[in-house]
Design a binder for this molecule. Structure first.
Ligand SMILES: Cc1ncc(COP(=O)(O)O)c(C=O)c1O
Length: 396
């Protein structure tokens, strides 16, 4: 990748796989519109139609394809919610590539069947922090009993890769090439909307490391940067892990063990350990450099939402659209609903597009706690954040 090549063709070997599940559907949420009584038109791009259940497969397939081409004989990775680990294990099964997955312990315990599906696809799965790496042991010593975080799991996966011959670590979000892979989502969405003579006034995506959002907004953002359109873009993150809305725009490590290169991004500090929010895929201390820059330059808005409000919208959506969303995706649903209700007040007929990144069939313990009324919200205090900001690397 470089800074000047605008389009990179998808190799035939990847297209052959994509034919099994792409293009993904662009769906108009007629029933949700009716339920809300809004004049807005609501569309969503649904990425949960493939067996792995989310958009993560869009990047898993090219990453394993290119690793195979390069002669790599083993891969390691981390997974939060389990969607990335599942997608990568599916891709590794397809290309016959051994894989070790470090899964954030909180999610591992919340979603026991993730282990079974990842093992069915032939990969090895280890809850993180673990005692299998120096990074894991150090984190366990410093934070005994911790449920882990994406930052910890990345450290363990990187360490295992660098200490195992001909093995590489692959990441399912944050990095520029992952956003590039996810741009297939936005390109398809734009093409499908053009067929109906539609163009979104608002594009909304949930943001963990920023990959689905970056991919969905890519072609629409180009029009905005070129001055052709004035679309509003909204990133939605959990109030428990608010990197864009309350983080610092600074150089930081991508992992808790401080092994990765420094990235300029919105960050809560690489030592920030988010509370056990049910949207495990959004519990990351940092954010994609591209998404961060767009936010810093005023092209992209950001909102943080508490998980109980997110699940209000997830359940409303499931009941009228007949689709059980992943908790991560439900963050985008929530803000789409808020925007559609604003249109109801003002009478504006805006066109809203949001990314429905995956299904929530492995997230039933989260739905269970919401439906029982035991779900709670945790919002870090300013003191919590200041404590982890004070650990940011000092960069001249
Ligand atoms: C279903 C789903 N949506 C969204 C995300 C957030 O990741 P990203 O911000 O990279 O799209 C995840 C991450 O695990 C996920 O599993």
């Amino acid at each position: 990748m470089d800074n000047t090549t605008r389009y990179i063709d998808i190799p035939q070997g990847i297209i052959d796989f994509y034919k099994m599940c792409r293009p993904s559907p662009l769906i108009r949420a007629y029933c949700l519109e009716k339920e809300l009584g809004t004049p807005a038109k609501i569309y969503y791009k649904f990425e949960g139609n493939n067996t792995s259940g989310s958009h993560k497969l869009n990047s898993a397939i090219p990453q394993v394809y290119f690793a195979k081409e390069q002669g790599i004989t083993g891969l390691t990775t981390e997974t939060g919610a389990g969607q990335w680990g599942t997608a990568l294990s599916m891709a590794c099964a397809y290309y016959h590539m051994p894989l070790t997955v470090y899964m954030v312990r909180t999610s591992y315990e919340q979603k026991p069947y993730r282990k079974n599906i990842i093992e069915t696809f032939g990969a090895k799965i280890i809850p993180s922090p673990s005692d299998t790496t120096n990074a894991g042991r150090a984190i366990l010593e410093k934070f005994p009993g911790t449920g882990g975080s994406l930052g910890c799991a990345i450290s363990e996966a990187v360490e295992t890769a660098v200490t195992t011959p001909n093995t590489r670590y692959v990441l399912g979000s944050v990095l520029n090439h992952v956003l590039l892979h996810q741009s297939v989502v936005g390109i398809e969405a734009k093409a499908a909307m053009e067929m109906y003579d539609e163009y979104p006034d608002i594009v909304i995506g949930c943001a963990g490391g920023g990959s689905n959002l970056g991919g969905l907004i890519a072609p629409f953002m180009k029009d905005k940067i070129d001055g052709k359109r004035d679309t509003q873009f909204i990133a939605v993150e959990p109030a428990s892990c608010p990197s864009l809305t309350r983080g610092k725009y600074a150089y930081d490590f991508g992992d808790t063990g401080r092994m990765t290169p420094l990235v300029k991004m919105y960050t809560l500090g690489c030592e920030f350990l988010p509370s056990a929010n049910h949207a495990g895929g959004l519990r990351y201390h940092g954010m994609s450099a591209i998404i961060s820059k767009l936010h810093a330059d005023g092209y992209l808005d950001a909102r943080a939402v508490e998980q109980t409000r997110v699940f209000d919208s997830a359940v409303k959506f499931a009941r009228c659209e007949g689709l059980l969303p992943a908790p991560e995706s439900a963050h985008a649903i929530h803000v789409a609903v808020e925007e559609a209700l604003k249109c109801k007040e003002t009478g504006e007929e805006k066109t809203i597009l949001f990314g429905l990144t995956g299904t929530g069939y492995f997230d039933m313990s989260a739905y269970d706690s919401y439906l029982k009324g035991t779900m709670t919200d945790y919002i870090p205090t300013d003191e919590d954040l200041e404590k982890s900001f004070s650990q940011l690397p000092k960069v001249q």
